[in-house]
Design a protein. Structure first.
Ligand code: 3HC
Ligand code: NAI
Length: 705
C-alpha cells in the first residue's frame, strides 16, 4: 500500500489515516490510495466498520487546487466517485476530523455515516473564494444535513464554522475535547453503527430539511438580493446559490449533475483562474528573498503605537483585535482623549451593526492603553510610529525610541513616502528598523506594505511578516523608493484620470467605468473620500522635488481653493446630501472643468469608456513594470496583492499585473506607446514591459534576476 495512507486495525474497525503533507490535499495519488484502502476494508469479512482520520496539523485542505489547471482533478477515482463509494458502503464509515477540514474534505465527511471532530476544528466550504462551487456534492448534501439557510451561509460566504457550531447544526455527531482521542471516539461510534441492525444511512436520502425549504420558495431570491452588493461582479457566489436551489427543487442525481456542470464551468472561467492565482500569490508573498523558513522571529506580546490620529488609532485597533495589548501615545492629553474617543466610536459602530458583541468590544478597548509617558515604551516588543509625515519629526522620534526601547525591540514606521533608510540612520539598530505601511482605514484594509530598508535584517522581516498574519493582514515586502509600490502605482492612475477630464470626460463617467470594472469606487469618488485637502497638502509637500516635466492637472487645486474638500464638506468633485455618501454630479464642477479646458486651449472631445479604462489602468501597470525592474518588488504577484488588498482591485481579475497578462502585454505595450506619442507626459512604455511584450512573455513568468 502507498505511504499516502496508513492502515491500522482496532478490533474489527479499520482505521485509514491520510498522510499527504503539508495539508493532506486530495491529489490523484492520495485518492487512489484511499480508494484501495476503502475497497480492502469492504472486502475483508473481519472488518465491521471503517474510520477515516488524518496525520499532521490538519485533516485536509480538500481537493489539490493545482490539479484544476491540468484537469487531473477529474481523473478516476475523482472525489465525487470516492464519496459515492463511501456513502454506498455496506459497512459504516466514520470520519475523525481535526485542525481544518475544508472543501473536498468537508464534502467527504458529508458522505460518511458518522462524523467526529476535535473541539475547535474548522469545517467549511471555501470553494467560492476560489471562484468555484463545491464540486463533490457539498451543495447537495450540506443542506440535507443542516438545512438550507445554514448551508447557504456556509457555502456562499466560504467561511468555516467550528466543530462546536457544527454539532449544534447537526453536522458533527460528537465533539472530542482536549482530553479525548478523536480516533478512539470515532472507532467507538463506528462500532455502535455497525452493531445497529439497519444499513448505514445515506445522506443523499435525507429530505426532511429540504421539505421545509420547499415551503419558502422566496428564500433563494432573497439570498441573491442579500449578497448583491457584497458579491458585485463575482460569478461564483450566485452559482453556489443556484446549486443549493437545485438541491431543493430537483432529485439528488439531477442536483449532483447540475453541481458538476456548474463546477466545471466555474473552474474553467477567467474569474476562477484569477482567484486561484490570488490564493497562491498570497502564499508566495510569504517567501521573501534572504529570509529563510527557519529565520528566528521575535514573539510580539506587547506593542506600542505612536500617534493616535487617523492611522495610529486604526493600527492600535488591529493589535487589540488580535488580542495583543498595545500602548498608544500622543504628546498632548486632549489629542489622546480625542483619539481614544474615535476608537470607541469605531467599535460602537461595529457593535451597532451586529458584527461584534458589546462585551467583545469592551474587551478589545481594554487592551488599548492610552499614555503620555514615552518611558512606558521601554518593555514593548514593537513600536509602530504613526505621527505626522515629517522627516525631521520622525528622525527625532526614532532617536528617542532608540534610547528608550529594549535592545531587541523592532522599531517600525508607518510613513507613506519617506526614506526608511534615513529614518533608520538615526538609531543604533538600523537592522531592527522597518516600514509597516498600513492602508486607510487601517483596521479594515488588509494590506501592509513591509518596507525593507538597506539594513533591515531577515529576523526583523520574519517578525513583521508573522505579525501581519497575526493581525489578519497580508504583508507584502517592498524596497525603499519614493512612495513605495502601492502609491507609486496609484499616482499615474489618478493623474491620467484628471487629464481625461481636461480632455473631455467628466468625473462621473470615469468613476462609472472604473466602478464597472470592479473597483470599489473610481478615482474622483476616492479623492472625495480621502479628502481633496489631503491631496493638496501632499502636492505642496512634494512640490520642491517634483520633476519639472511632471505636469498635473490644476483642477484639484481649484477645488481646494473653493473649500471643496470632498465628503467632509459635502462638496468636492461631487456634491453630497446631508448624511449621505452618494456622489451627485455638480454643475459647478462641470463648469470649472469646461472652463479649465478652454483656458488650456483644449478642444473637448468625446472619450470612450475603453480609452478611459486603458488610460487609467495601463500607466499604473507600466509603473508596476518599472518597480519590478528596479527590484523594489520581488515578483509581479506581490504588486497584484498590493492592489487587491490596498485598493480593492477585484479579486476576480487577479490584480493589475495579472490583468495585463490576460489582456496580453503586446496590446498593453502598443497602447502605451500610442498614448506616449499623443500625450507624452510620463507615458513612455517601461523597458520591462517592452521587453516582455517583444518576447511574447508575461509578468507572471518573469522572475527577478
Ligand atoms: N491544494 C493545493 N495546495 C494547497 C492546498 C490545496 N487545497 N491548500 C494548501 N495548499 C498548499 C499551499 O499552497 C502551501 O504551499 P507552499 O508551502 O508551497 O506555499 C501549503 O499547502 C500550506 O498551505 P498554507 O500555507 O495555506 O497553510 P496554513 O496552515 O496557513 O492554512 C489552510 C491551511 C487553511 C487549509 C489553507 O491552506 C487553505 O485555505 N487551503 C485551501 C482550502 C481550499 O480552498 N479548499 C478547497 C479546495 S477546492 C475543492 O476542494 C474542490 C472540491 O469542491 C471538489
Ligand atoms: P494624523 O494627523 O491623523 O495623525 C498623526 C498623529 O500624530 C496626530 O494625532 C498627532 O497629534 C500625533 N503626533 C504628532 N507628533 C507626535 C509626537 N511627537 N508624539 C506622539 N504623537 C504625535 O495623520 P495620519 O493620517 O494618521 O498619518 C500618520 C502617518 O501615517 C503619516 O506618516 C502618514 O504619511 C502615514 N499614512 C497615512 C495614511 C492616511 O491615509 N492617512 C495612509 C498610510 C500612511
Amino acid at each position: 500500500m502507498s505511504q499516502l495512507v496508513r492502515i491500522d486495525r482496532v478490533d474489527a474497525v479499520t482505521v485509514i489515516t491520510l498522510d499527504n503533507p503539508p495539508v493532506n490535499a486530495f491529489a490523484f495519488d492520495l485518492r487512489v490510495a484511499l480508494r484501495d484502502a476503502l475497497v480492502a476494508g469492504m472486502d475483508d469479512d473481519g472488518v465491521e466498520a471503517l474510520v477515516i482520520a488524518a496525520a499532521g496539523r490538519i485533516f485536509s485542505a480538500g481537493a489539490d487546487i493545482r490539479e484544476f489547471d491540468s484537469g487531473a482533478s477529474s481523473d478516476s477515482p475523482s472525489l465525487p466517485e470516492l464519496i459515492t463509494t463511501i456513502e454506498d458502503a455496506p459497512k459504516p464509515v466514520v470520519v475523525a476530523l481535526h485542525g481544518t477540514a475544508v472543501g473536498g474534505a468537508c464534502e467527504l465527511a458529508l458522505g460518511c455515516h458518522g462524523r467526529v471532530a476535535e473541539a475547535g476544528t474548522k469545517i467549511g466550504l471555501p470553494e467560492v473564494t476560489l471562484g468555484i462551487v463545491p464540486g463533490a456534492g457539498g451543495t447537495q448534501r450540506l443542506p440535507r444535513v443542516i438545512g438550507v439557510a445554514a448551508a447557504l451561509d456556509i457555502i456562499v460566504s466560504g467561511k468555516p464554522i467550528t466543530a462546536e457550531r457544527g454539532r449544534d447544526l447537526g453536522l458533527i455527531d460528537e465533539v472530542v475535547g482536549a482530553d479525548g482521542d478523536r480516533v478512539e471516539v470515532a472507532v467507538a461510534l463506528a462500532h455502535r453503527l455497525a452493531t445497529d441492525s439497519t444499513a448505514p444511512a445515506k445522506t443523499r436520502e435525507r429530505d426532511d430539511l429540504l421539505a421545509e425549504a420547499r415551503e419558502q420558495p422566496g428564500i433563494f431570491d432573497d439570498y441573491r438580493g442579500k449578497i448583491a452588493r457584497r458579491a458585485r461582479g463575482f460569478e461564483a457566489p450566485f452559482a453556489c446559490i443556484d446549486c443549493v436551489e437545485a438541491a431543493v427543487t430537483r432529485p439528488f442525481a439531477e442536483g449532483i449533475a447540475f453541481e458538476r456542470e456548474t463546477f466545471v464551468r466555474c473552474r474553467d472561467s477567467e474569474q476562477s483562474k484569477a482567484q486561484r492565482y490570488a490564493f497562491f500569490a498570497e502564499r508566495q508573498a510569504r517567501k521573501v528573498r534572504g529570509v529563510e523558513r527557519d529565520t528566528p522571529e521575535l514573539t510580539i506580546a506587547r506593542a506600542a503605537v505612536l500617534g493616535c490620529g487617523t492611522m495610529g488609532g486604526g493600527i492600535a485597533m488591529c493589535f487589540a483585535n488580535a488580542g495583543i495589548p498595545v500602548i498608544v501615545t500622543e504628546s498632548d492629553q486632549g489629542v489622546l482623549d480625542r483619539g481614544m474617543e474615535a476608537i470607541r466610536r469605531n467599535y460602537a459602530s461595529t457593535v451597532s451593526k451586529g458584527r461584534l458583541s458589546s462585551d467583545d468590544a469592551e474587551a478589545r478597548i481594554s487592551l488599548i492603553e492610552p499614555s503620555l509617558d514615552f518611558d512606558q515604551l521601554a518593555d514593548v516588543d514593537i513600536v509602530i510610529e504613526a505621527v505626522f509625515e515629517d522627516m525631521a519629526l520622525k528622525k527625532d522620534i526614532f532617536g528617542r525610541l532608540d534610547a528608550v526601547c529594549r535592545a531587541d525591540a523592532v522599531l517600525a514606521t508607518n510613513t507613506s513616502s519617506l526614506d526608511v533608510n534615513e529614518i533608520a540612520s538615526v538609531t543604533s539598530r538600523p537592522e531592527q528598523v522597518v516600514g509597516t505601511h498600513f492602508f486607510s482605514p487601517a483596521n479594515v484594509m488588509r494590506l501592509v506594505e513591509i518596507v525593507r530598508g538597506a539594513a533591515t535584517s531577515p529576523e526583523t522581516l520574519a517578525t513583521t511578516l508573522a505579525l501581519s498574519r497575526r493581525l489578519g493582514k497580508v504583508g507584502v515586502v517592498v524596497g525603499v523608493c519614493d512612495s513605495f509600490a502601492a502609491n507609486r502605482m496609484l499616482y499615474p492612475y489618478s493623474r491620467q484620470a484628471q487629464f481625461l477630464i481636461e480632455e473631455g470626460a467628466f468625473p462621473e463617467q470615469i468613476d462609472r467605468v472604473l466602478y464597472d470594472f470592479g473597483l470599489p469606487m473610481g478615482p474622483f469618488a476616492l479623492s472625495d473620500l480621502a479628502g481633496i485637502d489631503v491631496g493638496w497638502r501632499v502636492r505642496q509637500h512634494r512640490e520642491p522635488t517634483r520633476p519639472k516635466n511632471l505636469r498635473y492637472s490644476a483642477i484639484a487645486d481649484r477645488l481646494y481653493e473653493m473649500g471643496r474638500y470632498g465628503q467632509k464638506t459635502q462638496k468636492g468633485w461631487y456634491r453630497y446630501e446631508e448624511g449621505s455618501r452618494t456622489p451627485i454630479p455638480d454643475p459647478e464642477v462641470a463648469d470649472l472643468i469646461v472652463s479649465t479646458s478652454e483656458a488650456l486651449g483644449i478642444e473637448r472631445r468625446e472619450i470612450s469608456d475603453e480609452e478611459i479604462l486603458e488610460r487609467c489602468m495601463y500607466p499604473l501597470i507600466n509603473e508596476g513594470a518599472r518597480i519590478l525592474d528596479e527590484g523594489i518588488a520581488e515578483r509581479a504577484s506581490d504588486l497584484d496583492l498590493i492592489w487587491m488588498h490596498g485598493f480593492g482591485f477585484p479579486r476576480y481579475r487577479g490584480g493589475p499585473m495579472f490583468y495585463a497578462d490576460s489582456v496580453g502585454l503586446k496590446h498593453v505595450y502598443e497602447t502605451m506607446k500610442s498614448f506616449f506619442e499623443v500625450h507624452h507626459d510620463w507615458l513612455e512604455p517601461a523597458p520591462l514591459l517592452e521587453h516582455l511584450a517583444r518576447e511574447g512573455r508575461t509578468f507572471g513568468e518573469w522572475t527577478a534576476p
